[in-house]
Design a protein around this ligand. Structure first.
Ligand code: G6P
Length: 619
């Protein structure tokens, strides 16, 4: 949450930082700001801050024609935690002397104590934020200890409890940036001309350089135009920077002709699923290759339980995985909200395999939960999308989903890629342990390999799905129902609808409907049944009958050739036939398109729904 971008070089910094902030708006978009070091026209430098409630475009309107040509700048797009979104609470923040400015992502937990001390020393803080205390603290430390900027930042950070990614500029050191992180991500890009780019993720950096250094927790970097990059830990240990090459392409972070990122990402799913499976399936040999599993086979083979930790959509992928693992491997599975697990004194054993699922790899609760599991001796395996992310680095092993950057706040392609990878793992472990008969394994493997083509055929029905969407734009509530593998799909369908269209929606196991939601059913309530042909199909048809008898407006997602459920429904969406355990990869797609179109027709901002952010780096 909150996006940070900074630039230090020889080019005008403003367009680079603003362009980067636009790419990071998925992290928060309630207020935006930049700070630049500009010439004061008298041979010296001055700190110029421009910040505004609203999105990056509002900031640009505010800056208008103003000439800001400095070559060093920091920028921030905010998702409010402490203090409402307004011009004052927007970042960057500065202290009284107008010398240092700072942007911050994270939460300073002991900010009230620090604030009190600063007040007592005569500092006047202007905002309600926790972040502002940090810039005053740095300046205070610098003044009282006669320290360099780097040392002052390091000393101040040692007084801070909480999470931070920060970048600091100082008009007295106009060729230096200081960046530091703890529990919030930060990437440093190294330009060929000696320039530096800093950002919360690599997307603002890709247009300029592929060489990056990921800062680790409790590391501080000093970036100097002529002096290069130096990194130390907050406890002052020298670190040798590890330069890595980015594999992202610029096209992957652009809309490519689509109206919204979400739509682009929905339509990318044949490719993203293919990329998730690529190199891991050998159809000729009838094998799966997963080094993250094979290299730790003893752990997987001896696991008495699998515990899945995740949040949001990733948690729904975890629920699908519960069905998959229990079906294919017969290992008991528990799926936990990471936020509950971490504060619950959970029982974790050394023979547990913990699977952390996270698109961003930065979700604070998931990160903290796996640390708890690791401390208790469990083997932690992560399924992340963002390469080099904190969760992937904190895990013992893992498998990337390789879905490519997901920018729309509502997760779509990441979800189906997570399920694809989890299916591979469950199949692999199941057959290797001898719990999944080879014949069934081979049939499923072949079907999984062909799923991208089936996804393509679901996407071809976009017009049918859009027609259904047009019928529900005025709804206030919706109910999504499914059994077995379709229960998590129902939850995910409901989440998609509420997060982008603001229609209240609930997902339920279809049979549970009788224990409450049935009371809601009337002629105005859309009830979406996910009812492909599987072992529980007949049971679901009975549930559809029950809704029909009470006048609910029925949408059904069914297998091609379906008759019974379709005959009862007002609207029918068809998906191709496939193995029930693979069907979430198909049935979830019409629900994504349905939510997308309803939200567009309601005039909602699909890519940036209100109050949400994509990378939830605060707990
Ligand atoms: C936020 C996002 C969701 C995402 C969840 C977990 O709520 O809006 O799309 O599913 O965080 O994020 P993760 O990156 O851990 O998958």
């Amino acid at each position: 949450m909150c996006g940070i971008v900074a630039y230090l070089g020889v080019k005008p910094a403003l367009p680079i930082v603003v362009g980067g902030l636009k790419r990071l708006e998925y992290r928060g978009y309630d207020s935006t700001g930049v700070a630049l070091i500009e010439s004061d026209g008298k041979g010296g430098d001055e700190l110029v801050i421009r910040k505004k409630k609203g999105k990056v475009s509002d900031l640009m309107d505010y800056i208008g024609e103003e000439k800001l040509t400095g070559n060093v700048a920091i920028g921030h797009t905010r998702w409010a935690t402490h203090g409402p979104p307004n011009d004052i609470n927007a970042h960057p923040h500065r202290a009284e002397s107008n010398r240092i400015a700072l942007v911050h992502n994270g939460i300073i937990e002991n900010y009230t104590t620090i604030k009190e001390t600063l007040h007592n020393r005569g500092h006047a803080l202007l905002s309600d934020t926790d972040s502002e205390v940090l810039v005053h603290l740095i300046e205070e430390v610098m003044k009282s200890g006669g320290l360099t900027l780097f040392e002052a930042v390091r000393t101040a950070l040692n007084q801070v409890v909480g999470a931070y990614a920060i970048v600091v500029i100082d008009k007295e050191n106009p060729t230096t940036l200081i960046a530091a992180r703890k529990s919030s991500p930060l990437v440093i890009g190294l330009g060929e001309d000696g320039s530096f780019y800093v950002a919360s993720d690599a997307t603002p950096i890709i247009p300029y350089t592929k060489n990056v250094v990921y800062l680790n927790d409790e590391e501080i970097a000093s970036l100097e135009l002529d002096g290069g990059l130096r990194i130390r830990t907050t406890s002052n240990v020298k670190i040798t920077p590890q330069i890595q090459a980015l594999e992202l392409e610029i096209e992957s972070i652009e809309k490519g002709g689509y109206e919204h990122f979400m739509l682009k990402e929905i339509f990318e799913q044949p490719k993203s699923i293919r990329d998730s499976l690529r190199g891991r399936i050998d159809i000729k040999k009838g094998e799966i290759r997963m080094s993250g599993v094979d290299d730790h086979w003893e752990k997987w083979n001896n696991a008495s339980r699998i515990v899945i930790l995740a949040c949001g959509t990733s948690w729904h992928a975890g629920l699908v995985a519960e069905y998959l693992f229990e079906d294919y491997t017969r290992i008991p599975v528990e799926v936990e909200y990471a936020s509950e697990f971490r504060y619950r004194n959970p029982i974790v054993r050394a023979d547990d395999i913990v699977i952390a699922i996270s698109q961003s790899g930065e979700t604070a609760d998931t990160l903290a939960a796996i640390k708890t599991a690791k401390d208790a001796g469990a083997h932690v395996f992560s399924v992340c999308n963002v390469v080099g992310s904190s969760i992937s680095r904190e895990s013992h092993s893992g498998a990337y989903t390789h879905a490519g950057p997901e920018i729309g706040v509502a997760s779509t392609k990441a979800f189906t890629s997570q399920i694809s990878v989890l299916t591979l793992i469950a199949l692999h472990v199941g057959v290797k342990k001898g719990r999944l008969p080879k014949g069934r394994f081979l049939r499923l493997l072949n079907e999984l390999n062909g799923i991208p083509e089936l996804v393509e055929s679901v996407l071809k029905q976009v017009d049918v799905i859009y027609d259904v969407a047009a019928e529900f734009t005025e709804s206030n509530n919706a109910l999504y129902l499914g059994r077995g593998y379709q229960f998590p799909v129902a939850l995910e369908g409901a989440l998609k609808l509420k997060e982008i269209s603001y229609i209240h929606a609930e997902g339920y196991p279809a049979a549970e409907m009788k224990h409450g939601p049935i009371a809601l059913i009337d002629e105005s309530l859309p009830v979406i049944f996910i009812a492909p042909k599987d072992d529980v199909y007949e049971k679901v048809v009975s549930n559809i009958q029950e809704v029909k008898a009470r006048g609910g407006r029925l949408v059904v997602v069914v297998t091609e050739g379906d008759k019974e459920a379709s005959a009862l429904a007002d609207y029918v969406i068809k998906v191709p036939k496939c193995a029930p355990s693979l069907s979430p990869l198909l049935t979830s797609i019409p629900l994504q398109l349905l939510s997308y179109k309803i939200a567009v027709l309601r005039g909602c901002n699909v890519d940036q729904p209100r109050n949400l952010a994509k990378s939830v780096t605060v707990e």
